[in-house]
Design a protein around this ligand. Structure first.
Ligand code: ADP
Ligand code: MG
Length: 252
């Protein structure tokens, strides 16, 4: 188990308000797998990813990475935010190196690694271009490469395809999946698209309405040798779809 959550809770505190967003959440993630998180809008999914990314700390419970308590300085878990957040005034190359540059890393090997990743995944000739010169799919690939430059073990993807139109989304999802598999990463994907989760994931964790807690974990046993797109075409999603749908409806 690469990642383990044990009774994790989190509450937002403001001057005159408290909002519990995550409640006693427990589940595990096996190394090299793709795990989907689905739950009603506003239930606490982004909050959960922020906890896993070490941006915030749980009020209760613990998060274990490789069996050790996650620390704030751990960069073995990287978050790809909901919007691609590429800065127009930076070139693609400079955008993908933003993280380690802000951290003022002494070891500059990330620059070479970034170049390699851009080349490998078809963005080599766009390295000196600006984000507006790229298609939606290419921007998403650049955002993914930015998440990969620090060579994390776990990637957190927060509704990464929600800004793309349906057809583009299918292809970009395939693309992102291939890259994550090739780079041998473990991934957690938040999505409100059940079919997307079934096509990409080995396991789907269904969450309740806020505060989010685990309602069920559903193993997806489709042919892993197929790409997500081929799985959509060839496999029968209905049993998974109905299960997840019913759980979400029941917990509204
Ligand atoms: P999701 O990603 O599942 O849509 P979020 O994790 O963004 O949900 O939010 C969960 C709940 O926590 C929502 O009710 C939201 O309003 C609240 N929330 C999110 N961020 C903050 C914040 N910074 N301060 C207070 N409440 C917040
Ligand atoms: Mg969210």
């Amino acid at each position: 188990m690469i990642l383990e959550l044990k009774n994790v809770s989190f509450t937002y505190h403001s001057k005159d308000n408290e909002t519990k967003a995550v409640d006693k959440m427990s589940f595990g993630v096996e190394e090299g797998t793709f795990v989907g998180l689905v739950g009603p809008s506003g239930c606490g999914k982004t909050t959960l990813l922020n906890l896993l990314a070490g941006i915030t700390e749980p009020g209760e419970g613990e998060i274990l990475l490789h069996g050790k308590k996650l620390s704030k300085t751990d960069d073995k878990i990287a978050l790809m935010p909901q919007r691609d957040q590429l800065f127009e005034w930076r070139t693609i190359e400079k955008n993908v190196c933003l993280g380690p540059e802000i951290q003022k890393r002494k070891d500059k090997s990330f620059r070479l690694y970034a170049k390699k990743l851009l080349e490998k995944y078809g963005l080599g000739e766009f390295a000196t271009k600006h984000p507006s010169e790229l298609s939606g799919g290419m921007r998403q690939r650049a955002a993914l490469i930015r998440t990969l430059v620090t060579d994390p073990d776990v990637l957190l993807l927060d509704e990464p395809f929600s800004a793309l139109d349906f057809q583009t989304r299918l292809n970009v999802a395939d693309d992102v999946y291939e890259i994550i598999k090739q780079e041998k990463k473990t991934a957690l994907l938040v999505s409100h698209d059940i079919s997307e989760c079934i096509s990409l994931c080995d396991k789907i964790v269904v969450l309740s309405a806020r505060p989010a807690t685990v309602v069920a974990e559903i193993e997806v046993t489709l042919d892993k040798s197929l790409t997500p797109l081929r799985r959509r075409e060839c496999a029968d999603f209905s049993q998974y779809f109905e299960k997840v749908w019913k759980l979400l409806e029941d917990k509204k």
